[in-house]
Write a protein that binds this ligand. Structure first.
Ligand SMILES: CCCCCCC[C@@H](O)CC(=O)SCCNC(=O)CCNC(=O)[C@H](O)C(C)(C)COP(=O)(O)OP(=O)(O)OC[C@H]1O[C@@H](n2cnc3c(N)ncnc32)[C@H](O)[C@@H]1OP(=O)(O)O
Length: 919
């Protein structure tokens, strides 16, 4: 498709458009004909100060450069005049079609140091600001039955991020808000999506070469924003991660989970622990499938199935005994879920602070009667304003706190159109701000004792959004981003933070679910055992890799499952000038969730690394997938390779051939030929199809080194032109003590016309920092024998051949034109990023130089194998030594003379016409 996406006649509001992302959006919209309200307070990134120039400059630029229409607005998105931003659009242009909620500030601090003001101010600008703006624009969009809204989230919101409890909460809150608005807006043609762009950070700065770092800028984000807000888009209720030309959808993935017979006697923490692996294994089950949902599980069906199970749930072998004497604070514990949690904790020997603003006393009386006089204490303090006093109650009575369960909540359900500011703010206060305040109050105690458990309560509305619950969904979603951040910060200090999304019948939920739907199947007692388990040491021991921390579980009615993020491989473009049309035309790739290609990032770092690797992979594919000589018009398909005399001459020159060696550099010479190591070149196009990033974990192209190379020629002399095709498959995948992974690919190159095999290669790739997941090792069956031979250079015997050659400093620049465009060999910044002082020489180049000398001395050979044992810097002098064996095998070694290291070892050629049996 080539239709240009026009915004002619559309009115767009971009908040925070004085600079950065917002400015580029505003300019791009204007370029395509939109009338733009450029909103910017003019503040700095820290949120202070006000300067009206930023917005004016952008408006001027739109008028000057695009002859466009734009007005500036300087109101704060979260201030009393926020609605004035929408009014500005309506006054100036008569309508509002697109709203990009982009404005934001940062107030990073570790949770231990973050004060309430720092927390509130960030939530205020991002989340409350988006709420206010959207609220003001919503009636216009509804009336005109058209609207497009973008909420700017962040990987920090999706996955949590160290030092950003405030930002993560706000950003994830925006996702919950967007999901709800998407549901409510759909029938009015109001489409709402969230984007989570990866920003520059210390982390990206450390791992990325500068030329990719530069691409983390707004130019690569704007195309998606424009596509998602165009009138032709049908996309809604989706989340996208993007950076540097990568675009991928992120969605929820819910495990099939586990069902238990729901009865208070045998649905216990032990029974859940016993089935923990099944809850978290993300495999389909006979009673339920793994889902990628946008709403809560089908609890009625699951519960019906659960009830058919035998009454007695298997209690397993592990008894939960770690809660004896532990002190737990439970908010909102006067009734419903909180009361049930309190009873279950007491049953496991814990001391309970029953907090409830209304009536904690009757629960306390019950507990003390049933479990002993000093089991529980009542606390009536307000969780929003008096959190420290609740902790004081615990300290005064029990002199410690071990567990905090944030459970209290309220509902103020209303359609977004009718929602009042009071509905919005009061729900946010009780859920988000109280959770913040309570965590803050216990945090120093947990830090000091080096242990603590927090169980926060979200809701399926927070995970998936829910009609009529914009306030509740935003608040509950923000608890997810907040909790994940606390889990990251607390994890190192022995503090575990997990989140539950309960499905239970309580006074609160009665307002949402009908009496018939609940009909006593969803007793809070079918939620509490999970909460107790999440606060137990026994569960932590179950998971040796850092315990159970930062996770989300849905639970109710006898079913329990885990929910996490999932992302497909996404779409990557290395084009310097990505346009929205490119995304439209490749949309199926952006939202592709092909089986086996998905990842489940669990941290900002993991998610970002995967994105950056996808970008680097695309770069490598460009690098190795290009024809060696685009001038020949060679077909640029994966594994395909067309070549002619020019490619041969270029290759020979790259191995040091000179104009005196006419047979290598002049196509009309009667003996014109390409050197035998050219045998590896056609196979390079096929390397990407090995999909190395799927074979190992933590794969990073920049960390890949060529480790070994083997080939066997099926012809006595290589042709100097032709059309070839190579098929590659992985043969061996090994973990090297957790420090590196070694991947061996076998590549068969055939004549594309006749199908006859020309050469067989085995390439070994040494990937520093990569790991082989359990069960994914491949032993290397079927590998060529010569390839796996360890040829020892005979140190006690002088070589029968010695050759010296000083490489030129420009050699890598020349050699790369034969098809290996890996920036590691040309770009000083890339080399530096992976800890080399300078760009290094291609392994196949110094191999080729060595093999050229051997070829000229010993004659043609049939097989070759080398191990690359050290890097060579262009300009270094090489010394090649050869030892001919009686069986026609020549063992050789190449030394970097300047650095006095062996660079090719365990190396040999088998001369032509020598039979294998003699080896
Ligand atoms: C066909 C198409 C090709 C397309 C290619 C595209 C990519 C190219 O652009 C990339 C390049 O050209 S890179 C340049 C060429 N390669 C090099 O310069 C690498 C030089 N080698 C080294 O630096 C080290 O040997 C190094 C870093 C590799 C290993 O050193 P150490 O970490 O010190 O390893 P060590 O402790 O000695 O051994 C650990 C285990 O790993 C095995 N091993 C060592 N070197 C290996 C190598 N080169 N290849 C394969 N395996 C190797 C060891 O046997 C050891 O295994 P184990 O623990 O089982 O004993």
């Amino acid at each position: 498709m080539s239709d240009t996406l026009s915004f002619k006649g559309r009115v767009v509001i971009v908040t925070g458009a004085g600079g950065g992302l917002g400015k580029v959006y505003a300019l791009e919209f204007a370029k395509r004909g939109a009338k733009v309200v450029v909103n910017d307070l003019g503040g700095t990134l820290g949120g202070a100060g006000s300067d009206s120039k930023a917005a004016d400059v952008v408006v001027e630029q739109i008028k000057r450069e695009y002859n466009g229409e734009a007005v500036a607005n300087y109101d704060s998105v979260n201030g009393a005049n926020a609605a004035n931003i929408v009014k500005t659009a309506v006054d100036a242009f008569g309508r509002v079609d697109v709203l990009v909620n982009n404005a934001g500030i940062l107030r990073d601090a570790s949770f231990a140091k973050m004060d309430a003001q720092q927390f509130a101010s960030v939530v205020d600008v991002h989340l409350n600001g988006a709420y206010k703006l959207t609220k003001a624009a919503w009636p216009y969009m509804r009336d005109q039955k058209f609207g497009r809204i973008i909420n700017t989230a962040s990987p920090a919101g999706l996955f949590g991020n160290f030092g950003q409890a405030n930002y993560a909460a706000a950003k994830m809150g925006l996702v919950g808000l967007a999901e709800t608005l998407a549901k409510e807006g759909y029938k009015y043609n109001i489409l709402v999506n969230s984007i989570a762009p990866l920003a520059r950070s210390r982390m990206t700065e450390n791992v990325l070469p500068p030329h990719i770092l530069k691409e983390l800028g707004p130019e690569k984000i704007a195309p998606l924003v424009l596509y998602l807000t165009h009138e032709s888009t049908k996309v809604t209720n989706s989340i996208f991660e993007l950076a540097a030309g990568y675009y991928g959808q992120t969605r929820w993935e819910r495990s099939a989970g586990q069902i238990f017979n729901p009865n208070e006697k045998s649905f216990t923490p032990e029974s859940i622990l016993n089935k923990w692996d099944s809850i978290t294994d993300f495999k389909d089950k006979p009673f339920n499938k793994v889902e990628h949902p946008s709403q809560l599980a089908d609890y009625n069906t699951l519960t019906a199935k659960a009830k058919q199970l035998p009454q007695e749930n298997d209690q397993g072998k592990i008894k939960i005994s770690s809660l004896g004497g532990k002190v737990v604070i439970i908010t909102g514990a006067g009734g419903g879920l909180g009361k049930s949690h309190a009873q279950w904790f007491a049953r496991y020997g814990a001391k309970v602070v029953v907090n409830d603003i209304k009536d904690p006393d009757s629960v306390v009386a019950e507990l003390n009667k049933q479990f002993g006089a000093n089991t529980a204490v009542a606390d009536k303090h307000n969780i929003v304003t008096e959190a420290p006093k609740i902790v004081s109650t615990a300290m005064a009575k029990f002199n410690r706190v071990d567990i905090l369960v944030n459970n209290a909540g309220i509902l103020r359900d209303k359609s977004f159109l009718k929602m009042t500011d009071d509905d919005w703010f009061s729900v946010l206060q009780v859920h988000l701000f109280a959770t913040f305040a309570m965590c803050k109050a216990v945090w120093p105690i947990f830090l000091e004792q080096g242990s603590g458990f927090i169980i926060n309560t979200t809701s399926t509305s927070g995970i998936y959004g829910n009609f009529g619950q914009a306030n509740y969904a935003a608040a509950k979603a923000s608890i997810l981003g907040f909790s994940k951040t606390l889990a990251i910060e607390g994890g190192k200090k022995g503090i575990r933070v997990n989140v539950i999304a309960p499905h239970a019948e309580t006074a609160m939920t009665k307002t949402i679910f009908g009496e018939k739907e609940l009909s006593n199947h969803f007793d809070p007692a079918y939620v509490s055992p999970l909460v107790v388990l999440l606060a137990s040491e026994e569960l932590q021991k179950k998971n040796r890799r850092g315990g159970v921390n930062g996770q989300l579980y849905e639970v109710g009615g006898g079913w329990c499952g885990q929910t996490r993020w999932q992302r497909g491989p996404g779409y990557v473009s290395r084009s310097p000038n990505i346009q929205p049309e490119l995304l439209r035309d490749n949309w199926s790739k952006v939202v592709n969730f092909t089986k086996g290609k998905m990842i489940n990032p669990s941290s900002t770092e993991q998610s970002s690394m995967a994105i950056l690797q996808a970008v680097q992979k695309a770069e490598m594919e460009n690098a190795t997938g290009q024809s060696s000589n685009p001038g020949t018009g060679a077909e640029n398909v994966k594994g395909g390779f067309n070549f002619n005399y020019r490619d041969c001459i270029l290759y020979n020159l790259g191995l040091g051939a000179t104009s005196k060696e006419l047979k290598y550099v002049y196509e009309k010479d009667p003996d014109f030929q390409v050197l035998p190591t050219f045998a590896v070149i056609p196979s390079m196009n096929s390397v990407p199809s090995l999909a190395m990033d799927d074979l190992v974990d933590d794969f990073n192209y920049a960390m890949l080194l060529h480790g070994e190379q083997y080939f066997k020629l099926n012809v006595s002399k290589l042709p100097t032109s032709g059309q070839l095709k190579t098929v590659a498959k992985p043969l061996q995948v090994l973990d090297k003590s957790g420090k590196a992974a070694v991947i061996v690919g076998g590549m068969t190159t055939v004549n594309a016309k006749t199908g006859k095999t020309l050469v067989y290669n085995e390439g070994t790739f040494f990937v520093r920092g990569a790991h082989v997941p359990k069960g994914k090792e491949m032993k290397g069956e079927g590998r060529a024998r010569f390839a796996t031979e360890n040829f020892k250079a005979p140190q006690d015997k002088s070589p029968d051949f010695v050759f010296e050659y000083t490489t030129s400093e420009d050699l890598a620049a020349l050699y790369r034109l034969s098809g290996d465009y890996n920036p590691l060999h040309i770009d000083p910044s890339v080399a530096k990023a992976v800890k080399f002082p300078k760009p290094i020489l291609h392994g196949l180049c110094f191999l080729g130089i060595s093999a050229k000398a051997l070829y000229e001395h010993y004659g043609p050979y049939e097989e070759l194998k080398v191990r690359f044992t050290n890097v060579v810097i262009p300009g270094d002098k090489l010394r090649v030594k050869g030892w001919k064996q009686a069986n026609g095998v020549v063992i050789f070694q190449t030394i970097d003379v300047d650095r006095n290291v062996v660079v090719l070892d365990s190396a040999a050629i088998r001369l032509q016409n020598v039979t294998r049996s003699k080896l």
